[in-house]
Design a protein around this ligand. Structure first.
Ligand code: SF4
Length: 376
């Protein structure tokens, strides 16, 4: 009787994905970049952005030597910017601690910035043929169903049990690790999916239907168990789109904040969302005093020739929603920004700066910015 890994590898030969640009590559740098990019990003998007990233930063040395702003600008639009900051920090760690050569031991990989246990397993399996398990969300779902593992997937005991199963199922031969790991990823992404697994849709015959405990006990859609999510909190903030001639004022965000390290519009602190009718209409002096460390708010007001409400933009994060109330401010002349975090940036150079996606879309939608160096 064939083992789970043999069956899964056979399945991959028939129905797995092939031809993805990062497949079959044993360069740990390329594997690592693809694994990080594939976290929380659709394969179709990664297909477009991965070759571009590798072209711009072809190896760990080039990435480590790059300026963080260049890396964030290249990452713009992919979201979860801590991944880009961690990629950069990890590349520097590999250069300083390992002379530019990724370690092959998953335990050492796991100690690098931004590499969790599952990503370490994937790099070790693909690049070094190590017998190391992976356990991303897709694999958790497959294993929880196959073995009817009950309990919320976030619980440590459930997680430990799934890691143990993942370890026990590994193929015995190290040379099978790349195809097996890819097969697990593909099976979860295309056949044993969250809402429409093939055993329920009837489109195809799952090779595990006779042994899958969830299938045999009619629990396919209830496993794995999830904890109920609380409703996402909503916030308001005012944002200033300040323009003087062919430049706009941007602020570099703190690295630990949301959109950390990216350049954005000066903004007021986020506050719990209030009813629009109950919101006070702020004036320019108040907004300048709140958004910028200045004692010269009156100088900004004096140099302003237009100040008006532009739009309300809603942005949905994974765990919160933000309502950005945008104010357009046109100045007769630029007032010197205060603090190194603020910079007047020529419109023609905007493409060189990493901007949060909703801010980039907003600026592209404004005729004053269109065609001035900000491309998709
Ligand atoms: S029988 Fe259904 S739930 Fe079980 S492994 Fe196959 S597709 Fe997944």
């Amino acid at each position: 009787m064939s083992t789970f890994s043999q069956k899964l590898i056979a399945w991959h030969g028939q129905s797995g994905r092939s031809g993805l640009p990062w497949q079959g590559n044993r360069d740990p740098y390329a594997v690592w970049v693809s694994e990080i990019m594939l976290q929380q990003t659709q394969v179709a998007t990664v297909l477009e952005r991965y070759p571009r990233f590798i072209k711009r930063f072809p190896n760990v040395k080039k990435l480590a030597a790059a300026n963080i702003d260049e890396v964030l600008a290249e990452w713009a639009g992919l979201g979860y910017y801590s991944r880009a900051r961690n990629l950069h920090a990890c590349a520097q760690q590999v250069m300083s601690d390992y002379e530019g050569v990724f370690p092959s031991d998953p335990k050492l990989l796991e100690q690098l910035k931004g590499i969790g246990r599952s990503t370490a397993g994937a790099i070790a399996a693909f690049a070094f043929h190590k017998r190391a398990p992976i356990l991303d969300a897709n694999v958790k779902r497959i294993l929880a169903r196959l073995f009817a593992v009950e309990g919320a997937i976030q619980d440590k005991a459930v997680n430990d049990r799934l890691w143990q199963i993942a370890d026990e199922l590994l193929p015995s031969k190290p040379k099978d690790m790349p195809v097996y790991t890819q097969a697990l990823m593909d099976f979860g992404a295309t056949w044993c999916t969250a809402r429409k697994p093939v055993c329920l849709s009837g489109e195809k015959r799952c090779p595990f239907e006779k042994e899958c405990q969830a299938n045999l006990s009619d629990q396919v859609l209830t496993l794995p168990h999830k904890t109920i999510k609380a409703k996402s909190p909503e916030f308001d903030c005012e944002m200033l789109l300040i323009r003087s001639g062919n430049a706009i004022l941007l602020q570099k965000r703190a690295s630990k904040a949301i959109w950390g390290g990216l350049w954005s519009l000066p903004e007021t602190p986020w506050e719990p969302k209030s009813d629009l009718s109950q919101r006070n209409t702020p004036n320019l002096k108040e907004l300048v005093e709140i958004t910028m460390p200045t004692e010269k708010a009156s100088a900004w007001v004096k140099a302003c020739k237009r100040f008006e409400r532009h739009a309300d933009v809603k942005h949905v994060f994974t765990h919160r929603r933000l309502w950005m109330h945008i104010w357009v401010v046109e100045m007769n002349q630029p007032v010197a920004p205060l603090g190194a975090d603020f910079q007047w940036i020529p419109l023609a150079q905007l493409g060189r700066y990493g901007l949060p996606q909703p801010i980039k879309v907003l600026l592209q939608g404004l005729s004053l910015v269109r065609g001035d160096g900000l491309k998709n």
